[in-house]
Ligand binder design. Structure first.
Ligand code: GAL
Length: 378
């Protein structure tokens, strides 16, 4: 076979699999996903903002050998969701030795960016662990920018709502939580005491732990920070101030003692759906699904929404975000990460359409390859 002939076949194949505007015209969950420079996208634990005709994908920059932040939060942009251009580093770590809260070598995870109409600012929330302290700091961080590409300016990082009790605990429940002793925690009813708020009461003064997280902007513009708290045993939903820069002091405990993390939320027909994982570190576990008509709860649990190969371990991945597809009614993409702790930079992405069963309950069905046109041609 002549060289020219081979070349023609390759070109024809390329034409079939590519659109004129970019390399990709479909999603291939779990495969390497190159940006427009041909480099595997480096935006893990990410979230997506749609603004002025473009999607912006923010995520953790990961290195070859460590999951610690050596660079910061990357941002990519796309108009079609398949082809992503690296815009650069949206939030940069501070120099080593600076003693800054986001000093190089800290841990920055699960960044999410929202746009605030009132202030015309882009606000980034993220999980922060201080350098050299493992996962013990359990803080959230906030940064702000005038443009979606950044640079974002770090504002502050802290634990959540010091001195404030959740709105969904009665005076009696608060008194009972305050009265929990070490002996209670050493007893075989330990889990009951965790559910009753043992860690909440322990942390009331310094503030609540804040790890895996997302931010959700509701239809009325009110934003909420949803995060794993209380030693990852209980989620907290904290309402934000109008400028999205702070907690406003109103928060609720959600699914107490059920150890959910990696929260991702969307809303359909007035109902909030939340996908989470269990707490097994970098190893995948079954996805969980919960639903509520009030974001502050009560939340009701549903079975694992996944089906297909490896459905019992969320296809090897862990939830990070549910992306509403702009301009398409009731179209959401479930986004998850396949972690590769031995080579963090190689972690892969699983993007799947959220479909709905006859009962209206969300489903995540594995697909080797899919496109928005296949799914949402209507
Ligand atoms: C996962 C969590 C990740 C990261 C990891 C560290 O459970 O979802 O964001 O914190 O643990 O082990």
């Amino acid at each position: 076979m002549g060289k020219n002939y081979l070349c023609h076949i390759v070109c024809a194949l390329l034409l079939v699999s590519c659109t004129s505007s970019g390399k990709y015209d479909s999603f291939t969950p779990g495969r390497t996903w190159e940006d427009t420079d041909g480099v595997h996208i480096n935006a893990h634990g990410g979230g997506i903002l749609y603004h002025d005709g473009k999607y912006y994908w923010y995520g953790e920059h990961k290195s070859e050998n460590t999951s610690s932040a050596l660079v910061g939060v990357n941002v990519y942009s796309s108009e079609d969701l398949y082809n992503w251009k690296k815009e650069g580093v949206a939030l940069s770590v501070m120099p080593e030795g600076s003693g800054h809260k986001i000093e190089k070598g800290c841990i920055i995870e699960r960044p999410k960016v929202v746009y605030n109409r009132k202030t015309d600012k882009f606000v980034m929330w993220f999980h922060l662990e201080l350098k050299g302290m493992g996962y013990s700091a359990a803080e959230y961080g906030v940064a702000v920018s005038d443009s979606p590409e950044g640079p974002f300016e770090f504002l502050y990082a802290q634990r959540s709502c010091p001195g404030i009790w959740p709105v969904n605990m009665t005076e009696e429940e608060i008194s009972a939580a305050k009265a929990i002793t070490q002996a209670d925690l050493d007893s075989d009813r330990r889990h009951d005491y965790v559910v009753a708020g043992a860690w909440l009461a322990r942390d009331i003064e310094g503030g609540q732990m804040s790890r895996d997280m997302t931010v959700f902007v509701d239809d009325d513009g009110t934003a909420y920070h949803i995060f794993a708290s209380e030693e990852n045993q209980t989620l907290h939903v904290a309402r934000l101030t109008d400028d999205y820069l702070y907690h406003d002091g109103v928060y609720a405990r959600v699914l107490p003692g059920k150890s959910n993390e990696a929260p991702a939320i969307f809303k359909k027909d007035g109902v909030y759906w939340m996908i989470t994982s269990g707490c097994t570190g970098w190893s995948p576990n079954p996805a969980r699904l919960s639903c509520a008509t009030d974001i502050m709860g009560e939340w009701t649990s549903y079975p694992n929404p996944c089906s297909g190969p490896d459905a019992e371990i969320t296809f090897g991945a862990q939830s990070t975000f549910v992306l509403p597809v702009h301009g398409k009614k009731d179209c959401w993409i479930f986004m998850a990460d396949i972690w590769t702790p031995d080579r963090p930079i190689d972690a892969r992405y699983v993007w799947l359409p959220v479909t709905f069963g006859e009962d209206g309950v969300p489903e995540l069905v594995w697909r080797d390859s899919w496109s928005l046109d296949d799914m949402y041609a209507r």
